[in-house]
Design a protein around this ligand. Sequence first.
Ligand code: CTP
Ligand code: CA
Length: 221
Amino acid sequence: ALAPRAAGVLAGRHVLVTAGPTHEPIDPVRYIANRSSGKQGFAIAAALAELGARVTLVAGPVALATPAGVDRVDVETAAEMAAAVGAALPADAAVMVAAVADWRVEQAAAQKLKKDAAAPAPLALVANPDILAGLSTDPRRPRLLVGFAAETEQVVAHATAKRARKGADWIVANDVSGDVMGGDANAVQLVTAQGFETWERLPKAAVAARLAERIAAALAG
Ligand code: CTP
Ligand code: CA
């Protein structure tokens, strides 16, 4: 008889990952969005699945193939992402990599806005729900809650404040002052209750593999 396939260190665990931007409609053909390729989040979903986790990947609009063994839920807006995250619970861990739009247009136009008007009406914006902060106070909060923070300056200081404000266990702080956006490498610092570590600049797949190993170790402990 064949030997059973070795179970991965995350076998039996469910991990939720958000990735990509959200699109907030202005009218049927226009939207507000954050800059995000989704590459880092998709790489993390792939790395978690490789370690044997059941992975739910809630993805905003991106041009990426679904990683092997990952359950993907496509969404467009922050409100849809929040609903999909809630529907995916419970989870042992959640990794919120998505670049969620902080605001949406209060009332998207039903018809395409025409430029023949003298000047466009100012867009009235309202705040989107903070999905990560909401998860941290949810009765079904995952045991390990990991957020990301894209920063252009004072990276660790901003990420440390974000960790406290949002009730996350870890924040992966991302220095986006260089050419990270859409690229294949990432320079990150991992902020935890113990302080922070600086990882060397690595391919996004290597950042993902290292983070997945750390998540596995935390869930085992
Ligand atoms: N996040 C979220 N829902 C939002 C906004 C952010 O879940 N509406 C999550 C992101 O997925 C990320 C973390 O919160 O894991 C940090 O996002 P970021 O935009 O850096 O933080 P903000 O609190 O929105 O602060 P700011 O944009 O002002 O830097
Ligand atoms: Ca934000």
